[in-house]
Design a protein around this ligand. Sequence first.
Ligand SMILES: [Zn+2]
Length: 230
Amino acid sequence: MVRTYDFGEADRIVVLLSREEGLIRAVAKGVRRAKSRFGSRLQPFVELDVQLYPGRNLALITQADTVAYFASGLIDDPRRFTSACAVLETAEALAQAHEEPALFDLAKRSLTQLREAEDPYAPLDTFLLQAMELAGWGMSLFECAQCSSKGPHHAFHAAAGGAVCVHCRPPGSRDVDPEVLHVMWLLANGADASQLNTPQRAAMVHQLTRSYLQWHLERKLKSLQVLEEV
Ligand SMILES: [Zn+2]
Protein backbone atom coordinates (compact mmCIF):
# COMPACT_ATOMS: atom_id res chain seq x y z
CA MET A 1 0.00 0.00 0.00
CA VAL A 2 1.59 3.22 -1.11
CA ARG A 3 -0.92 5.98 -0.97
CA THR A 4 -4.60 6.77 -0.59
CA TYR A 5 -6.86 9.57 -1.77
CA ASP A 6 -10.39 10.22 -0.62
CA PHE A 7 -12.78 10.30 -3.52
CA GLY A 8 -16.43 11.25 -3.71
CA GLU A 9 -18.46 10.98 -0.53
CA ALA A 10 -17.31 7.69 0.87
CA ASP A 11 -14.86 6.14 -1.56
CA ARG A 12 -11.12 5.94 -1.42
CA ILE A 13 -8.64 5.54 -4.24
CA VAL A 14 -5.58 3.55 -3.27
CA VAL A 15 -2.25 3.07 -4.96
CA LEU A 16 -0.85 -0.39 -4.31
CA LEU A 17 2.65 -1.63 -4.91
CA SER A 18 2.29 -5.28 -5.81
CA ARG A 19 4.90 -7.98 -6.12
CA GLU A 20 3.63 -9.37 -9.43
CA GLU A 21 2.08 -6.44 -11.28
CA GLY A 22 3.91 -3.31 -10.19
CA LEU A 23 1.70 -0.36 -9.32
CA ILE A 24 -2.05 -0.86 -9.20
CA ARG A 25 -4.59 1.94 -8.83
CA ALA A 26 -7.88 0.83 -7.39
CA VAL A 27 -11.01 2.23 -5.85
CA ALA A 28 -12.59 0.99 -2.64
CA LYS A 29 -16.28 1.88 -2.56
CA GLY A 30 -17.93 3.13 0.58
CA VAL A 31 -14.93 2.45 2.80
CA ARG A 32 -15.08 5.78 4.61
CA ARG A 33 -18.41 4.82 6.13
CA ALA A 34 -18.24 3.47 9.67
CA LYS A 35 -19.71 0.10 8.69
CA SER A 36 -17.09 -0.62 6.04
CA ARG A 37 -15.68 -4.13 6.32
CA PHE A 38 -12.11 -3.32 5.36
CA GLY A 39 -11.85 0.47 5.09
CA SER A 40 -9.58 0.81 8.11
CA ARG A 41 -7.04 -1.56 6.57
CA LEU A 42 -6.50 0.63 3.52
CA GLN A 43 -3.64 2.66 4.96
CA PRO A 44 -0.02 3.21 4.02
CA PHE A 45 2.46 0.84 5.71
CA VAL A 46 0.06 -2.11 5.57
CA GLU A 47 0.74 -5.21 3.50
CA LEU A 48 -2.55 -6.47 2.14
CA ASP A 49 -3.94 -9.46 0.39
CA VAL A 50 -6.53 -7.86 -1.92
CA GLN A 51 -9.12 -9.14 -4.33
CA LEU A 52 -9.54 -6.89 -7.32
CA TYR A 53 -12.19 -6.68 -9.98
CA PRO A 54 -10.73 -5.16 -13.14
CA GLY A 55 -12.25 -1.86 -14.29
CA ARG A 56 -11.83 0.48 -17.22
CA ASN A 57 -9.55 2.94 -15.45
CA LEU A 58 -9.39 1.74 -11.89
CA ALA A 59 -9.70 -1.74 -10.46
CA LEU A 60 -12.34 -2.26 -7.78
CA ILE A 61 -11.23 -3.61 -4.41
CA THR A 62 -13.75 -6.19 -3.26
CA GLN A 63 -11.82 -7.61 -0.31
CA ALA A 64 -8.70 -6.67 1.63
CA ASP A 65 -7.04 -8.68 4.39
CA THR A 66 -4.08 -7.51 6.43
CA VAL A 67 -0.91 -9.57 5.96
CA ALA A 68 1.49 -7.37 7.88
CA TYR A 69 1.30 -4.04 9.63
CA PHE A 70 4.41 -1.88 9.59
CA ALA A 71 3.16 1.41 11.01
CA SER A 72 3.95 0.71 14.67
CA GLY A 73 7.49 1.85 15.31
CA LEU A 74 7.32 4.20 12.31
CA ILE A 75 4.55 6.65 13.01
CA ASP A 76 5.78 7.74 16.45
CA ASP A 77 9.22 8.78 15.30
CA PRO A 78 9.44 11.68 12.82
CA ARG A 79 12.75 10.58 11.27
CA ARG A 80 11.67 6.97 10.85
CA PHE A 81 8.30 8.10 9.54
CA THR A 82 9.69 10.47 6.91
CA SER A 83 12.28 7.87 5.89
CA ALA A 84 9.51 5.29 5.50
CA CYS A 85 7.47 7.77 3.43
CA ALA A 86 10.54 8.31 1.25
CA VAL A 87 10.82 4.53 0.74
CA LEU A 88 7.19 4.33 -0.42
CA GLU A 89 7.38 7.43 -2.64
CA THR A 90 10.57 6.25 -4.26
CA ALA A 91 9.14 2.75 -4.73
CA GLU A 92 6.08 4.30 -6.38
CA ALA A 93 8.18 6.50 -8.67
CA LEU A 94 10.51 3.65 -9.67
CA ALA A 95 7.63 1.21 -10.16
CA GLN A 96 6.07 3.70 -12.57
CA ALA A 97 9.27 3.83 -14.57
CA HIS A 98 10.23 0.13 -14.44
CA GLU A 99 8.27 -2.98 -13.61
CA GLU A 100 10.55 -4.78 -11.21
CA PRO A 101 9.21 -7.61 -9.02
CA ALA A 102 12.08 -7.43 -6.53
CA LEU A 103 11.13 -3.85 -5.63
CA PHE A 104 8.22 -5.04 -3.50
CA ASP A 105 10.37 -7.29 -1.32
CA LEU A 106 13.10 -4.68 -1.07
CA ALA A 107 10.60 -2.03 0.11
CA LYS A 108 9.11 -4.47 2.60
CA ARG A 109 12.51 -5.36 4.02
CA SER A 110 13.40 -1.67 4.35
CA LEU A 111 10.19 -0.84 6.23
CA THR A 112 10.93 -3.71 8.62
CA GLN A 113 14.46 -2.41 9.22
CA LEU A 114 13.24 1.17 9.65
CA ARG A 115 10.93 0.20 12.49
CA GLU A 116 13.92 -0.59 14.69
CA ALA A 117 16.56 1.68 13.22
CA GLU A 118 18.43 4.04 15.51
CA ASP A 119 19.66 5.87 12.43
CA PRO A 120 16.83 5.70 9.88
CA TYR A 121 19.02 7.10 7.10
CA ALA A 122 21.03 3.88 6.97
CA PRO A 123 18.16 1.61 5.84
CA LEU A 124 16.74 4.44 3.69
CA ASP A 125 20.02 4.97 1.82
CA THR A 126 20.49 1.22 1.41
CA PHE A 127 16.99 1.01 -0.04
CA LEU A 128 17.55 3.94 -2.41
CA LEU A 129 20.87 2.57 -3.69
CA GLN A 130 19.54 -0.97 -4.21
CA ALA A 131 16.23 0.19 -5.69
CA MET A 132 18.08 2.35 -8.23
CA GLU A 133 20.24 -0.66 -9.14
CA LEU A 134 17.06 -2.68 -9.72
CA ALA A 135 15.59 0.09 -11.85
CA GLY A 136 18.70 0.24 -14.04
CA TRP A 137 19.74 3.58 -12.57
CA GLY A 138 22.78 2.24 -10.76
CA MET A 139 25.61 4.74 -10.52
CA SER A 140 29.27 4.25 -11.25
CA LEU A 141 31.04 4.14 -7.89
CA PHE A 142 34.51 2.79 -8.67
CA GLU A 143 35.21 3.38 -12.35
CA CYS A 144 34.89 6.87 -13.80
CA ALA A 145 31.31 7.28 -15.04
CA GLN A 146 32.57 9.09 -18.15
CA CYS A 147 35.74 7.32 -19.37
CA SER A 148 35.59 4.08 -17.31
CA SER A 149 39.12 4.53 -15.98
CA LYS A 150 39.68 2.48 -12.83
CA GLY A 151 39.24 4.18 -9.46
CA PRO A 152 39.23 4.94 -6.68
CA HIS A 153 38.27 8.47 -7.72
CA HIS A 154 37.87 11.55 -5.57
CA ALA A 155 34.94 13.36 -7.18
CA PHE A 156 31.24 12.77 -7.70
CA HIS A 157 28.78 14.31 -10.14
CA ALA A 158 25.16 13.13 -10.19
CA ALA A 159 24.37 14.13 -13.77
CA ALA A 160 27.63 12.59 -15.03
CA GLY A 161 26.63 9.23 -13.50
CA GLY A 162 28.55 9.02 -10.21
CA ALA A 163 32.29 8.88 -9.64
CA VAL A 164 34.40 10.93 -12.05
CA CYS A 165 38.17 11.00 -12.58
CA VAL A 166 40.37 14.12 -12.46
CA HIS A 167 40.29 14.44 -16.25
CA CYS A 168 36.52 14.07 -16.69
CA ARG A 169 35.18 15.87 -13.64
CA PRO A 170 32.63 18.46 -14.81
CA PRO A 171 32.30 21.85 -13.11
CA GLY A 172 30.20 21.49 -10.00
CA SER A 173 31.58 18.04 -9.09
CA ARG A 174 31.84 17.35 -5.39
CA ASP A 175 35.12 16.34 -3.79
CA VAL A 176 34.54 13.00 -2.10
CA ASP A 177 36.54 10.67 0.13
CA PRO A 178 36.87 7.51 -2.04
CA GLU A 179 35.86 5.45 0.99
CA VAL A 180 32.43 7.10 0.84
CA LEU A 181 32.03 5.74 -2.70
CA HIS A 182 33.28 2.38 -1.47
CA VAL A 183 30.60 2.35 1.25
CA MET A 184 27.94 3.23 -1.35
CA TRP A 185 29.14 0.41 -3.59
CA LEU A 186 28.90 -2.10 -0.72
CA LEU A 187 25.39 -0.91 0.21
CA ALA A 188 24.19 -0.94 -3.41
CA ASN A 189 25.40 -4.52 -3.77
CA GLY A 190 23.88 -5.75 -0.52
CA ALA A 191 27.20 -6.13 1.30
CA ASP A 192 28.00 -5.22 4.89
CA ALA A 193 29.52 -1.74 5.04
CA SER A 194 29.58 -1.37 8.83
CA GLN A 195 33.38 -1.77 9.05
CA LEU A 196 33.98 1.22 6.81
CA ASN A 197 31.03 3.42 7.59
CA THR A 198 31.42 6.31 10.04
CA PRO A 199 28.84 8.98 10.89
CA GLN A 200 30.64 11.46 8.61
CA ARG A 201 30.73 9.01 5.72
CA ALA A 202 27.08 8.04 6.30
CA ALA A 203 26.07 11.71 6.12
CA MET A 204 27.90 12.05 2.80
CA VAL A 205 26.36 8.80 1.50
CA HIS A 206 22.96 10.27 2.32
CA GLN A 207 23.67 13.53 0.46
CA LEU A 208 25.14 11.90 -2.63
CA THR A 209 22.44 9.23 -2.85
CA ARG A 210 19.71 11.84 -2.55
CA SER A 211 21.25 14.16 -5.12
CA TYR A 212 21.65 11.29 -7.58
CA LEU A 213 18.07 10.06 -7.10
CA GLN A 214 16.67 13.56 -7.42
CA TRP A 215 18.57 14.17 -10.60
CA HIS A 216 17.14 10.93 -12.03
CA LEU A 217 13.59 11.54 -10.97
CA GLU A 218 13.82 15.11 -12.31
CA ARG A 219 11.65 16.24 -9.51
CA LYS A 220 12.09 16.54 -5.80
CA LEU A 221 10.41 13.89 -3.73
CA LYS A 222 8.19 15.37 -1.10
CA SER A 223 9.45 13.23 1.76
CA LEU A 224 13.07 13.81 0.90
CA GLN A 225 12.42 17.52 1.19
CA VAL A 226 10.83 16.90 4.56
CA LEU A 227 13.93 14.91 5.55
CA GLU A 228 16.06 17.99 5.06
CA GLU A 229 13.99 19.74 7.68
CA VAL A 230 13.95 17.00 10.34
ZN1 LIG B 1 37.21 9.85 -16.54
